[in-house]
Ligand binder design. Structure first.
Ligand code: ZN
Length: 281
């Protein structure tokens, strides 16, 4: 085994970008024959039930949750790197999280939509924006997500500055210290998408996101790491718009396969990790 990629995509626009993404990404992932996990907001699933219902039993595309209304589980307080402008700000950027009551109600509604459209609740949840330490320092939030049936999280998606990239030295872990030994955190590593890489890195002419991703692939293969990789359905309404992502999806996947890296859906990964956890206990 030479490394693992968990490719997760936040499908959240609930408009023509989502419809375009489903139309263009579905055949691409089938052609490349790799498992991926799409994290849908309840709002998106509710808007397009007929697009997603046929994917409910797709062998490669797994559908999981990204809250109902994209509510932040924690406040993000980002220290913006010197000289950079992120979300129109310099210095600091603050994006407030929801209250416990709002989050509880949002996740209940999200699971209702999953049950209505797909006849099952979601078991994995991506926390909007991502947070330093995930939910490791928030027992109140862990209680809520666990009670709503989530057993895998992607909430650790920011570094010590609440910014990006998230180093791969931090690997998936169970929230055992907090009292949830069967609740797995997968993180979101590196940059959350091509547009964040551009914002944080300020690439020089000729530098591409695909080239950057290949350096991460090499590290993952050489050190046998788990890489939780993220993207979004933004800007995908047309085929030309989708291709901005589709071209690096293709380049990355082809290169990673050549390096012998395996791809897994989040539930396949959870099953494997949970089995080895049971052996240890
Ligand atoms: Zn999102």
């Amino acid at each position: 085994m030479t490394g693992t990629i968990l490719f997760g995509i936040d499908v959240e626009c609930a408009n023509e970008n989502t419809a375009g993404f489903v139309e263009y990404a579905t055949p691409l992932f089938h052609e490349l024959a790799v498992p991926v996990t799409w994290y849908l907001t309840g709002k998106t699933l509710e808007r397009y039930p007929d697009l997603f219902r046929p994917l409910g039993d797709d062998p490669l595309i797994e559908l999981q949750a990204h809250t109902y209304n994209h509510i932040l589980l924690k406040t993000v307080l980002m220290r913006i790197p010197e000289g950079k402008t992120i979300h129109g700000n310099q210095g600091w950027y603050l994006q407030p999280g929801g209250s416990l009551e709002e989050i509880d109600a949002d996740l209940a509604r999200c699971q209702d939509v999953f049950c209505q459209v797909l006849d099952r609740p979601a078991t994995a949840l991506t926390g909007p924006w991502g947070y330093y330490r995930g939910l490791g320092d928030r027992l109140d939030l862990l209680e809520i997500v666990y009670r709503h049936g989530f057993r895998v999280l992607r909430t650790f998606g920011r570094n010590v500055d609440d910014a990006q990239p998230v180093p791969l030295d931090w690997q998936p872990f169970f929230y055992a210290v907090q009292g949830y030994p069967d609740l797995l955190e997968c993180l979101i590593h590196d940059y959350q998408d091509d547009f964040y890489w551009e914002a944080f890195v300020d690439p020089q002419p000729g530098q591409t996101y695909a080239d950057h991703l290949k350096t991460v692939v090499d590290k993952v293969a050489d050190e046998n790491l788990i890489w939780s990789l993220d993207s979004h359905d933004h800007g995908c309404a047309t085929r030309a718009g989708f291709e901005k992502k589709g071209s690096w999806f293709r380049e990355l996947i082809t290169y990673a396969k050549r390096r012998g890296i395996r791809f897994m859906s989040v539930s396949q990964f959870y099953a494997e990790q949970n089995r080895s956890r049971s052996t240890i206990l």
